[in-house]
Design a binder for this molecule. Sequence first.
Ligand SMILES: Nc1ncnc2c1ncn2[C@@H]1O[C@H](COP(=O)(O)OP(=O)(O)OP(=O)(O)O)[C@@H](O)[C@H]1O
Ligand SMILES: [Mg+2]
Length: 304
Amino acid sequence: MPLLQVTNLRKSYGKHTSVDGISFEIEQGRCVALLGPNGAGKTTTLRMLAGLLQPTSGAISFDGSHPGMDYRRALGYLPQAPAFYGWMSGMEYVTFAAKLSGSGSKEAASMAATAIERVGLTQDARRRIGGYSGGMKQRLGLAQALVHRPRLLLLDEPVSALDPLGRREVMELLRDIREETTVLFSTHVLHDAEEICDDIILMNRGLIAEQGALSQLRSKYSLPVIRMRTEKNDGALKWLETLASKPFIVEARLSGDGAVFNVSDVEVARRSILQEAASLDIPLLQFEAGSSTLEDLFMKVVGA
Ligand SMILES: Nc1ncnc2c1ncn2[C@@H]1O[C@H](COP(=O)(O)OP(=O)(O)OP(=O)(O)O)[C@@H](O)[C@H]1O
Ligand SMILES: [Mg+2]
């Protein structure tokens, strides 16, 4: 039985639909990336799962319970832009969060100390949050989300606002955390998802464009492909366009001076394209024959 089962979840604001009837399941112990560009509906979805936003329709069932059962105690949630009281210390804040989840003072203090240690903030626990760096705040947010040992962690863009160093710290932490609990985290960066996740749910414009285990999606989308780029001149760009209608090209995606072609036979396509480029004296800057990647899938979904 999945830990979380979501069926036809929808959220509309007047005429605008942010989440358009999505269904998915999360198995216990998995790390799942909710991947999609800005405005895809990730935050709206996570807020509905966290019980902070009433769905327009659809059902959410946690651990086999009746849809509508309150499972919030079993959740940890880190919002996209967490707001902290700058005057509180990190320890006070996490203790406060533990109390909110129903623990008594003494228990809350010891749980908070454990969570703070977990995220590597013990040294800074007594400092005011106002003096924390972005990465420290994000780790504090994780401590808050983890403190009551939730069964499912919902993290909204936990690394997007961080510089490369902060990002690395939090990714390393997530890599550990995912060993202990089920995680659903949103990101608009495919690379983040590939780094630590088992599964992805790719959203765009309120819909799920693709979902499944990363390993399965990798092989599913591993198709023969040719990527090329020419100098930016009209003749070359026109030529790229004419290539799109060649019989060996299954699907073409042109973007300015570049093109990505899914092809039926890489050898045939390579020979034919390179011969034509030579005879027409096309200024090729880049030519690559290989197989497509999840990045191609992501760009296709996002660019559509
Ligand atoms: N309270 C609201 N009222 C009206 N429209 C909303 C509201 N909240 C979100 N939306 C719209 O719903 C769509 C999805 O927004 P959402 O914040 O879920 O996207 P997202 O995938 O989290 O994007 P981002 O990557 O920018 O965080 C957007 O078009 C947004 O403008
Ligand atoms: Mg968002």
